[in-house]
Design a protein around this ligand. Structure first.
Ligand SMILES: Cc1cc2nc3c(=O)[nH]c(=O)nc-3n(C[C@H](O)[C@H](O)[C@H](O)COP(=O)(O)OP(=O)(O)OC[C@H]3O[C@@H](n4cnc5c(N)ncnc54)[C@H](O)[C@@H]3O)c2cc1C
Length: 390
């Protein structure tokens, strides 16, 4: 065993609280932010320990609070955390999406200002990309930022802004040159959601609750220094951020809880013989599913190593496409196995976790839409990976 692995293993054994070695209930997900709450105090203890090591952002430079690890060390850390069944210390759009592009495109002042609070989970970020008329065709966005000398004046609307009602800041794409070709008139702006003129309205779904919001900007004054990258140069940053997003939603399994193994669910549903699922055909299906899942997982890790080495690229579209498929297939299989019990919203003959499976199945429907739809990712793969003509 390498010295580093031994050191990490020892540190985890000494610092990982017992309750953090269990599957994470949704209400305990540590999102951080100004209004962070820790229903389980050991989540805070774990977060603080990880922050002290810089391991919430293992590969970011220590100067910004990160761990300063190289890609190989980061992989060892990840493997050891998984080995110990450690929950992630922090869930954060800042860590997954904004931070990596700030490291590449931000000014030194922006890095100093925004990266350490992301590492420490002090500011919760949301993503202001989609608009009512701009989803897959994102470059058609119309939210406008006008140069008013001392500040930008932002007007417009975003939609499907996940957790905007809980976030502190938003990274947003805005149109700064309406006359330019659409990809060339976009800039990347950081906006404090407490600024006068910003309003957020949760979108109510049929289930009664929703993580989504509409986000409105009415004459919002944004300081000049909050623009990342050059004026009208936001599209390059936007695309790069999407690659990090695709990498990370795949790596965290779309937030899906895999603590219940599909083979255990099958045994529970159809019974077992000699420790094996009773139905041979089902056994085959599950084996095929698990093989696919494992292949996706390994490809995601390979892509993670590229990302940690600073060469994030179109492979992220492959892992995003494939992991969305895997997560959706898992959901389908789970509710099929549970039969009528899997369709109930409450009650049923099985463990209450079955309903969690139903919720996961419903949630997985969005996996092939969020972070770029499957069709859009297939387009990226055909152009950037396979080099096919338009
Ligand atoms: C769970 C979830 C969370 C999200 N969170 C956020 C967020 O935090 N911030 C944010 O900004 N957005 C967020 N979104 C929005 C998401 O990015 C968009 O929904 C997505 O980009 C698709 O855009 P659209 O919904 O407008 O669909 P459309 O672009 O209208 O697409 C409709 C259909 O047409 C297909 N299509 C469109 N263009 C093409 C093409 N050129 N070739 C082939 N097929 C095509 C699409 O694949 C899709 O099937 C979220 C969405 C989901 C589901």
């Amino acid at each position: 065993m390498s010295d580093f692995r031994a050191e990490v293993r020892e540190w985890i054994a000494a610092n990982l609280p017992d309750s953090i070695r269990t599957p994470m209930p949704e209400e305990e997900i540590p999102w951080g932010g100004r209004n962070a709450s820790f229903p389980n105090p050991q989540s805070r203890q774990w977060l603080e320990a990880m922050i002290a090591k810089g391991w919430t952002a293992p590969t970011w430079p220590a100067a910004y609070g990160g761990g300063g690890l190289d890609a190989a060390q980061a992989m060892i850390l990840q493997e050891e955390l998984e080995r110990a069944n450690a929950r992630p210390a922090l869930f954060s759009f800042g860590l997954w999406m904004l931070g990596p592009v700030l490291l590449e495109y931000g000014t030194e002042e922006q890095k100093q200002r925004f990266l350490p609070p992301i590492v420490r989970g002090e500011i919760r970020w949301c993503q202001g990309y989609s608009e009512p008329g701009a989803g897959s065709d994102l470059a058609s966005l119309r939210t406008r930022a006008e140069d008013k000398g001392g500040h930008w004046l932002v007007n417009g609307q975003k939609v499907w802004t996940t957790y905007a009602d809980k976030a502190d800041w938003i990274f947003a794409l805005v149109r700064t040159d309406p006359a330019a070709p659409k990809h060339q008139g976009i800039s990347f702006l950081l906006i404090d959601l407490r600024t006068p003129g910003v309003s957020v309205r949760p979108i109510e779904l049929i289930s009664g609750s929703s993580p989504f919001c509409e986000t409105f900007f009415d004459d919002v004054k944004v300081p000049k220094e909050n623009m990342v990258g050059p004026l009208n140069g936001g599209w390059t940053i936007a695309k790069k951020l999407l690659q990090y997003e695709r990498q990370n939603v795949s790596a965290v399994g779309f937030g899906g809880d895999r603590s219940v193994r599909i083979e255990d669910l099958a045994k529970q549903a159809v019974g077992e013989v000699d420790g094996r699922i009773a139905d041979g055909a089902l056994r085959n299906r599950i084996a095929r599913h698990n093989l696919y899942d494992r292949a996706v997982d390994l490809t995601t890790r390979r892509s993670q190593i590229d990302t940690d080495s600073g060469s994030v690229g179109a492979l992220t579209s492959v892992v995003k496409y494939a992991s969305a498929k895997a997560n959706q297939a898992r959901g389908e299989l789970a509710v099929e196995l549970l039969g009528l019990d899997g369709l109930g919203w409450s009650g049923g003959n099985f463990d209450p976790r079955d309903l969690a499976e139903t919720r996961k199945w419903l949630r997985s429907k969005g996996n092939s839409i969020e972070g770029g739809t499957s069709e859009i990712n297939l387009n990226v793969i055909s152009k950037r990976v396979l080099g096919l003509p338009d």
